[in-house]
Design a protein around this ligand. Structure first.
Ligand code: ZN
Length: 500
């Protein structure tokens, strides 16, 4: 048996273990009774350990080493070269972590989740602070184990955004912030106020669920290879190209939440359903990065799903789905409501304009923690001051402030920038698609998304994880990531809505 085949088989087993893990986690967040919590944590920890050991075994290292000279004559764009490249990259990273650190990290972050949930429920940061301090220590230890040249943030972000450096991110953020601040200011000062009264009604959960399924089907999500279940925090999870699941949450008094979660998670799922089945059980079965993944979900959610053309088709269907509740609302009125810009506390519910300011705030806080410039116990004060500075928002309590996001309890330092990078890329990719398919908006008015989906499939999905995010972006748009197209998009769209 040749070496490549041996490597593929080794890696396939690791992928099987990871997908089994993902299934345990999906179950935990959808159907598992709370009594199963502790045993599930053990099961997850055991499987993670086996997957880690299997992947970082010396045999895999030897195979990669032996394959290196062979790969020199294999074309860079081939599946084989990409598979070896991606596996080698991950192998080099993971083998730098001592097993004891991996185990400690898994245990502490698994326990931290409940501590965070509890602290958030009580809106009391002090309850979470000692755990967070411990996690920050672990993140620092992890970053040191990976090693870095310029910034301690680099090796952590690299796990989510391969190749992105902190220096480049800071430049992107500075440019983005300079562009965003005047837009937010103009909107806040605009005399135009959006009428949001219809949102005050209660919308039946069952009707919301039925409508979200209609939307998912409408944009092209394949229910033969997926399903939607209920959860506390919406997410998408993939077990293979034939089984890509989304989740959603339904709140009677916030019907727009389930609508946009459906389209957002649907965007993630269309990416994974579009990755060629031949990549199943390989590291190429995931997208290029978390940011590129987010570019898909945010494109469908915001550029498509918050567009007037989209709602010209869907609004009459929404009126039918919620009988009597939207009769006095016009499609333009609905469209304005779902695009209301208002500095607010919660990132996941924030609008397209202010969203990235939330991310920059988290990035600065993470940097300062990792560099030891601030202490965990002072976080609420620092957080609230930054919210005031960035968004002019006065935080009322820890629950809507520093405790709002789950990421830190899971040890995901370095993750947040991916959200903003995804927002920027979503506009850059979409602009390119629009150049290729000029009547895209007309298609949306007819409820047709096949044109866009095929374009995304051919230009992005089909590559799976073959390329680094910067390589892929260069391939798709012929240039690097930039905040300018995103800013131009905001100016045009919100100029129209707010008359600025
Ligand atoms: Zn997402």
């Amino acid at each position: 048996m040749d070496r490549l085949q041996q490597l593929k088989e080794r890696v396939a087993e690791v992928m099987d273990l990871r997908h089994a893990l993902a299934l345990l986690e999906w179950d935990q967040q959808t159907y598992m009774p709370s009594g199963g919590n502790e045993a599930r944590a053990e099961q997850i920890s055991t499987l993670s350990k086996i997957a880690h050991q299997k992947f970082t075994s010396p045999e895999v290292g030897q195979l990669l080493e032996d394959l290196a000279p062979e790969m020199e004559s294999v074309p860079y764009d081939s599946d084989e070269a990409a598979l070896v490249r991606r596996t080698k990259r991950e192998y080099d990273r993971r083998t730098k972590l001592p097993m004891a650190l991996v185990a400690r990290f898994a245990r502490i972050t698994s326990l931290a989740h409940e501590t965070w949930v509890h602290a958030r429920r009580e809106s009391n940061f002090a309850m979470f602070a000692p755990t967070l301090a411990e996690i920050v220590e672990l993140e620092i230890e992890t970053a040191e184990a990976y090693g870095y040249l310029e910034s301690i943030y680099d090796p952590l972000m690299d796990g989510f955004e391969p190749g992105m450096k902190t220096l480049q991110l800071k430049q992107i953020f500075a440019e983005l912030r300079d562009g965003l601040v005047p837009i937010v200011q103009a909107i806040v000062e605009s005399p135009h106020k959006v009428d949001r009264r219809f949102l005050g009604q209660k919308f039946a959960i069952q009707q919301q669920e039925a409508f979200s399924l209609e939307l998912l089907k409408g944009i092209g999500y394949d229910f033969q290879r997926g399903r939607q279940d209920r959860t506390a925090h919406p997410f998408t999870t993939t077990f293979s190209s034939g089984d890509v699941r989304v989740t959603n949450r339904f709140m009677e008094d916030l019907m727009t939440s389930s609508i946009f979660s459906a389209i957002h998670e649907g965007g993630h799922a269309l990416y994974d359903q579009g990755i060629p089945p031949r990549f199943d059980r390989t590291p190429l079965a995931f997208g290029a990065s978390f940011g590129v993944h987010e570019s898909q979900s945010r494109m469908w959610e915001n550029i498509v799903g918050r567009n007037l053309h989209f709602w010209k088709f869907w609004f009459p269907l929404a009126q039918k789905a919620f009988p009597g509740q939207l009769d006095d609302v016009s499609v333009e009125g609905f469209w304005q409501t779902i695009n209301t810009v208002e500095p607010s506390a919660i990132r996941v519910e924030s609008d397209e304009v202010t969203y990235n300011l939330h991310i920059m705030l988290r990035f600065e806080v993470e940097m300062a923690l990792l560099e030891g410039k601030i202490a965990t116990k002072d976080l609420p004060e620092i957080w609230n001051a930054k919210m005031e500075e960035y968004l002019g928002y006065q935080v009322k309590n820890d629950a809507e402030g520093v405790l709002q996001d789950v990421h830190w309890s899971g040890g995901s330092f370095g993750y947040f920038p991916s959200y903003s990078l995804g927002n920027l890329l979503s506009v850059q990719y979409f602009t390119r698609a629009l150049e290729d398919i000029p009547d895209l908006y007309r298609q949306f008015e007819r409820g047709e998304y096949g044109g866009l989906l095929t374009w995304l499939h051919e230009n992005i999905h089909v590559y799976g994880g073959k390329y680094m995010p910067a390589e892929l972006t260069e391939k798709v748009i012929g240039g690097p990531i930039s905040p300018q197209p995103f800013l131009a998009y905001l100016r045009k769209k919100y100029g129209e809505i707010y008359g600025i």
